[in-house]
Ligand binder design. Structure first.
Ligand SMILES: C[S@@+](CC[C@H](N)C(=O)[O-])C[C@H]1O[C@@H](n2cnc3c(N)ncnc32)[C@H](O)[C@@H]1O
Length: 382
């Protein structure tokens, strides 16, 4: 599943604008290290090279030292290598090996995480010395921008299907300590691949940095992601979500192939999360596309969209960590049909419920006999 070019370009231009706006420097500037942790066939890195066209000296330095990419599957790894080197050659007229593509499972590589680093030795089985060297070099870098399209959907061909149920002990522990600990949902299972990549990237990113991912949109309003929403609002200072919709299960009138930008059933969103060491608080902005817009229209819109010109609505999270559909919070303010307190007050105080009395009704624990009809010939219950 490659990422449509309009999405890739919109994300790169937006990340560049955010970098300039918040940190006064561009993506191409020195010491802005950029990482795609799930590089696939290399679309983001290739588009970054295109984005840097026209500034040969800076482009050369970026290519040599400050662009990083990981891939776990061998075929896309080779294709990414070819694509990235061919793009660099087409732009500069010079063939040069791309030195920073690592053949590695990003989620296993916890050595570079800022405060929660794991052990480097854990991840290396039969990989070459050169690859180990590349991973070490990546881990030694401060990463300012993490950008990409991590795997997130069960039906996505390259979600690394064979390993779908495998555990990532370090990352899963971090998810439990953060997103799950902050959640009030009863059955909180937050081990989707895309949540893991958000966790990994949040821990890997520098204290001043930008995270830009296109993923499943369910974190925006699903009940089980309440802890996720609470935690990202603590770990980042500005969050901008472009909701591309297309969730076929939530709205059966939609069709995956017609309305979803990836042609899948799961809704999609692009997120930009900015972290600034010296800033407190978090502002969350939300923009969405019309529900019935087709995938083609969405991509065309993205082709001309500018992050700073979008119709943003600032979200004010309520006590339940809702970012949108805040109306649902009114529910708690409505008078309940019945409550135990009103029943127990037994008329001694004005009840704060419509009915003072409630019960289970007739309870025989023998419903078959109470309601069942008897077959007149056999005498059996029917
Ligand atoms: C949605 S694709 C990325 C598409 C890419 N942007 C493109 O247009 O080609 C996700 C990629 O992440 C890779 N991937 C999945 N799990 C990974 C992991 N744990 N570590 C590194 N790469 C992973 C998959 O093999 C796949 O190539």
């Amino acid at each position: 599943m490659y990422t449509p070019n309009q999405i890739v370009r919109f994300m790169i231009e937006s990340a560049d604008w955010l970098c300039e706006h918040h940190f006064g420097r561009s993506l191409i500037d020195k010491n802005v290290d950029i990482l795609d942790p799930a590089v696939g066939t290399g679309t983001f890195i290739c588009e970054l090279l295109e984005h840097f066209r026209g500034q040969p000296a800076k482009l050369s330095h970026k290519y040599e030292s400050e662009l990083h990419a990981n891939e776990v599957a061998i075929l896309p790894y080779y294709v990414a290598n070819l694509n990235i080197e061919a793009t660099f050659a087409a732009i500069t007229g010079e063939y040069r090996e791309f030195p920073s593509l690592c053949f590695v499972d990003t989620l296993d590589n916890t050595y570079g995480l800022r405060k929660h680093a794991g052990h480097m030795e854990d991840i290396f089985g039969a990989v070459s010395d050169e690859n180990v060297g590349r991973i070490r070099r990546q881990n030694s870098r401060r990463i300012s921008v993490i950008i990409g399209n991590p795997p997130y959907n069960a039906n996505q061909m390259n979600e690394n299907e064979n390993n779908k149920n495998r555990e990532y002990p370090e990352i899963d522990r971090r998810i439990r300590e953060t997103y799950i600990a902050a959640s009030t949902a009863q059955k909180t299972k937050l081990y989707d691949m895309y949540a893991r990549f958000f966790r990994w990237a949040s821990d890997r990113l520098d204290e001043n940095g930008i995270l830009a991912f296109v993923t499943n949109r369910s974190f925006i309003d699903s009940r089980t992601f309440d802890g996720f929403r609470k935690v990202v609002a603590k770990e980042f200072n500005e969050i901008r979500i472009v909701d591309l919709g297309g969730d076929v299960r939530a709205n059966p009138k939609l069709s995956g192939t017609k309305h979803n930008v990836f042609g899948i059933q799961t809704g999609v969103a692009i997120s930009f999360m900015v972290r600034k060491a010296k800033q407190k608080g978090c502002r969350i902005y939300y923009a969405r596309r019309p529900e019935m817009e087709t995938a083609e229209e969405k991509l065309e819109w993205l082709g001309g969209a500018r992050l700073h010109d979008l119709d943003w609505v600032e979200a004010e999270p309520n006590s339940k960590q809702s970012w949108i559909d805040l109306g649902h919070d009114d529910f708690a303010a409505l008078m309940p049909t019945a409550t135990r307190q009103a029943k127990e007050a037994n008329g001694t105080v004005q009840p704060k419920a419509i009915f003072q009395l409630y019960s289970l009704g007739v309870v025989t624990n023998r419903d078959d006999w109470t309601y069942g009809d008897e077959d007149s010939e056999s005498g059996q219950l029917i």
